[in-house]
Design a binder for this molecule. Structure first.
Ligand SMILES: *Cc1c(COP(=O)(O)O)cnc(C)c1O
Length: 391
C-alpha cells in the first residue's frame, strides 16, 4: 500500500503536476512574507482588501464575545442562531431575492444545491469551464450531464431542443469564470431557461462584491438580478470572510433545507464568520465599497494595458482575474518560480484545473495594490517572459 502511494506521488511529480502549500506570514495584504521573503501578492481573491478591514475584525470579535466560538451543530440539530437569520436577511436584500440560505463554503453550496434539486431522470446543462465544485455537484446528483462549449449559448439552444420532454432541467454556469475572468452570457441563458422551463443557477464567486454599481455581482452588471433562479456567491473572496450563500425563492430554500446534504449534515458557520460577512455586505453597498471597486477597476486596466504592450495575451476577460497565457506546464511553473525570485507571488495554473496546453499565470488584482505595485509587477513579468521566450 505504502509503495503504491509513493509511486503515485512520483507519477504526479514526473508529469510536472506536483502541488504543495506554501507558508506566508501575517495577513493577506498586498505584500506578504512568503517563506521568509517579502513578495507582492498577485494571486489572492481578497479583491477589495476586506480580509484586513477593521470593521470585519471588530464584528467578528464582538460576535464571539456575545455568542461564543461555535454554532455547536447543524442548524437542523441545535437550532439556527440569530446571526444566521440576520445574514440571510442581509443577503436577500443584497441580491433582491425572496430569501437566502447560508452554506459553509462555495464548494459545499454547489455540491449540496445541485444534488438536492436534480437527480436521476433530470438533465443538467453545464458550461465546459465551470468550477470544479459545480462538476462535483453534478456527479453527486446522478442527473444526466450535457456540457456545452464555453459561453456558447447558440449551441446550448440546439442541445436543449434535443433534450425536450425529460424531467427537471438545470442550466448552471459560473458568473465570472475563475481561470479566465470572463463573464457568462447570462441574458441569453436566462432566455433559454425561460423558454424551456429550466432553472438557471449562477455561481458568482468572483463577481460578488466586485461587479455592478452596488457590488451585487454579474447579474446586477447585466441588469438580470430578477432573472436568475439561484444565485450562489461566496463570502471568502471579495467579501473578505468565509462561507457562501444561495439567494433564491422561499420554496427553493425550503427544498434545500430538506434535501441539501452539505447543509443538513455539517456544523453551521460560527458567529465570528457570520458577523464578519454581514459587515462585509454593508461595506460593499456603501460609498466606501464603490471607491474600492473603482480602485480595483483602474488598477486592473493599468496592469492589463502594460501586459498587452509587452506582448502578452490575457484572454477575453474583463475583470480583475488576469490570465497570462503561457502554454505548457513546465514553462508555466518555471515562470512562476522565476517571478518569485524577483519578489512576485503568482500561481501557475496547470491541468486538471485548466485544459492541457492552456496553462497560464493567473494574476488577480486587488484594490489594495497601488499603481506603482502593478507597474512594477508588469515589468518583472515582461522581463521573465522575454527570458523564457513567452513573448
Ligand atoms: C472559489 C470558488 C468556489 C468555492 O468557494 P469556497 O467558498 O472557496 O469553497 C465555488 N465556485 C467558484 C466559481 C469559485 O471560484
Amino acid at each position: 500500500m505504502e509503495q503504491t502511494i509513493h509511486d503515485e506521488l512520483q507519477q504526479i511529480r514526473n508529469r510536472g503536476l506536483y502541488r504543495a502549500t506554501r507558508l506566508i506570514q501575517g495577513r493577506q495584504s498586498a505584500r506578504v512574507v512568503l517563506e521568509g521573503c517579502e513578495t507582492l501578492l498577485l494571486c489572492s481573491n481578497n479583491y477589495l482588501g476586506l480580509a484586513e478591514h477593521p470593521a470585519l475584525t471588530e464584528a467578528a470579535i464582538r460576535a464571539t464575545e456575545r455568542f461564543g466560538t461555535s454554532s455547536g451543530a447543524s442548524r437542523l440539530v441545535s437550532g439556527t442562531m440569530e446571526l444566521h437569520e440576520l445574514l440571510e436577511a442581509d443577503v436577500a436584500r443584497f441580491k433582491q431575492s425572496e430569501s437566502a440560505l447560508i452554506f459553509n463554503s462555495g464548494y459545499a453550496a454547489n455540491t449540496g444545491i445541485i444534488s438536492a434539486i436534480v437527480g436521476r431522470g433530470d438533465v443538467i446543462f453545464s458550461d465546459r469551464l465551470n468550477h470544479a465544485s459545480i462538476i462535483d455537484g453534478v456527479r453527486l446528483s446522478g442527473a444526466k450531464l450535457v456540457r456545452y462549449p464555453h459561453n456558447d449559448a447558440a449551441t446550448l439552444a440546439k442541445v436543449m431542443e434535443k433534450q425536450r420532454g425529460t424531467g427537471r432541467c438545470l442550466i448552471v454556469t459560473d458568473g465570472v469564470f475563475s481561470m479566465d475572468g470572463d463573464l457568462a452570457p447570462l441574458k441569453e441563458l436566462a432566455v433559454l431557461a425561460s423558454r424551456h422551463g429550466a432553472l438557471l443557477m449562477v455561481d458568482d464567486a468572483h463577481g460578488c462584491g466586485v461587479l455592478g454599481r452596488e457590488g451585487r455581482g454579474s447579474a446586477e452588471l447585466l441588469g438580470l438580478l430578477g432573472s436568475i433562479d439561484i444565485h450562489v456567491g461566496t463570502f471568502g473572496k471579495a467579501l473578505g470572510s468565509f462561507g457562501a450563500y444561495a439567494a433564491l425563492s422561499s420554496e427553493l430554500r425550503e427544498l434545500l433545507i430538506n434535501r441539501a446534504r452539505s447543509f443538513i449534515f455539517s456544523t453551521s458557520l460560527p458567529p465570528a464568520v457570520l458577523a464578519a460577512s454581514s459587515a462585509a455586505l454593508r461595506i460593499v453597498q456603501s460609498e466606501e465599497g464603490r471607491i474600492l471597486r473603482e480602485r480595483l477597476y483602474a488598477g486592473t486596466a493599468l496592469f492589463k494595458e502594460r501586459l498587452h504592450q509587452a506582448g502578452f495575451r490575457t484572454g477575453d476577460g474583463t475583470t480583475q482575474i488576469v490570465p497570462i497565457m503561457t502554454g505548457d506546464a513546465d514553462v508555466t511553473m518555471q515562470f512562476s518560480k522565476l517571478l518569485l525570485a524577483e519578489g512576485l507571488f503568482v500561481q501557475g495554473i496547470r491541468p486538471p484545473t485548466v485544459p492541457a496546453g492552456a496553462c497560464r499565470l493567473r494574476c488577480t488584482v486587488m484594490a489594495t495594490h497601488t499603481d506603482a505595485d502593478l507597474l512594477w509587477a508588469a515589468e518583472r513579468i515582461a522581463d521573465v517572459g522575454r527570458s523564457l521566450g513567452v513573448i
